[in-house]
Design a protein around this ligand. Structure first.
Ligand code: 5GP
Ligand code: MN
Length: 338
């Protein structure tokens, strides 16, 4: 566990002395990335700071309702404006990641920038990317870490409804709605504090989890019925989706969120993988139950990373070749670890 108090003064000084603050989340931002980004945005703007936000690519549909999300500039769509923000920033805060390749096309501009940089994150093994690295892997989410940091800066919980909502979304989504082992009693104390600020948890739950299209539900049907392969002797199951599948079911960003968790509910399966065909490469998501470090698997074979039980990576080949390569890697790993 990290003693956060030692960062409080330096962080607070940076926040209060920087003219143009820029908050950047990771590519394919999840609820924790956007939740942390918006929470910090609401905190800093309420303190009168000038703040801009960039996401390397588009937001998933189920996060677009969040207060402030419209102010996040999407690099792939608003390149010029985003580059200007990066060049003019006096402080850049990188949220919910610690590897430079998680910046996508934004990477080169951030690396080139002379601005002060801070990382706030909960993933393992941070790269030396910033002047101040606040990394605590004991936290279930970057949102939980950020909540504690702001509480330390303020000397008391920061009571602000938009801030609370954003932190709550980060915690709920990164714990899989309190399903993963990553949260602690401390997390639940924070959730209790957040609920007391008056957030409407039912409304948030419905906006995050019950807000999909009919075609997404049918895509899930296809995935489970026709695209799920179970390998009981390897305690593994995987789902693959082709570009054609996604097109046929009118896929929008965020539609496949959660698919990778489902095979873990099959008895005897402790490792689940989702392959999604993108243009020119395959995006992989990994989930496990118990002690199978999918972050190490993702790093070793798929230039990726993440957490013990949830990680992701990429592979630059066809879907067929990627699955064949994965099956080889799986054999190598499971036979040597079992
Ligand atoms: P998801 O499968 O939901 O996209 O990601 C699960 C976890 O793995 C998240 O913590 C995410 O940050 C991390 N992750 C996903 N894709 C990548 C990747 O390509 N590289 C790295 N380093 N981490 C990833
Ligand atoms: Mn996170």
């Amino acid at each position: 566990m990290t003693d956060l108090a030692k960062y409080t003064k330096e962080l607070s000084d940076l926040f209060m002395s920087s003219d143009n603050i820029l908050l950047i989340c990771h590519i394919n931002p999840d609820g924790d990335a956007i939740g942390s980004q918006l929470a910090l945005y609401h905190y800093l703007t309420s303190k009168g700071r000038k703040v801009a936000m960039i996401s390397p690519n588009k937001l998933q549909e189920f996060l677009k309702w969040m207060d402030g999300a419209d102010n996040i500039k999407i690099f792939t769509g608003e390149r010029k404006e985003c580059i200007k923000y990066i060049e003019e920033a006096s402080l850049i805060v990188l949220l919910d990641f610690n590897q430079q390749n998680r910046l996508g096309e934004v990477e080169q501009y951030v690396l080139r920038s002379a601005s002060k940089k801070v990382i706030i994150d909960h993933h393992l093994e941070p790269q030396d990317l910033a002047d101040l690295i606040i990394s605590d892997t004991s936290k279930c989410s970057t949102a939980e870490l950020l909540y504690e940091l702001i509480k330390d800066i303020e000397g008391k919980p920061f009571n602000h409804i938009k801030f609370s909502e954003s932190i709550y979304v980060g915690i709920v989504t990164d714990t899989g709605n309190f399903e993963h082992g990553s949260y602690t009693g401390r997390t639940l104390h924070i959730v209790a504090d957040l609920l007391e600020t008056g957030i409407d948890k039912e409304r948030i739950h419905n906006l995050v989890y019950n807000n999909y299209s009919e075609s997404r539900m049918r895509l899930l049907g296809l995935a489970l019925n026709k695209r799920l392969i179970v390998i009981p002797e390897m305690k593994t199951a995987y789902i693959y989706l082709t570009q054609q599948d996604l097109n046929e079911y009118n896929h929008v960003m965020g539609d496949t969120e959660g698919f990778v968790n489902m095979p873990l509910s099959i008895r005897g399966i402790d490792f689940s993988v989702l392959f999604i065909e993108k243009s020119g490469f395959i995006k992989l998501s990994f989930r496990s139950k118990g002690y199978f470090p999918v972050n190490e698997f993702a790093a070793k074979y798929f230039s990726g990373g993440g957490h013990l039980n949830a990680s992701g990576g990429e592979y630059n080949d066809t879907l067929e070749n990627t699955i064949a390569y994965f099956l080889k890697a799986l054999k190598e790993t499971r036979i040597s670890t079992d």
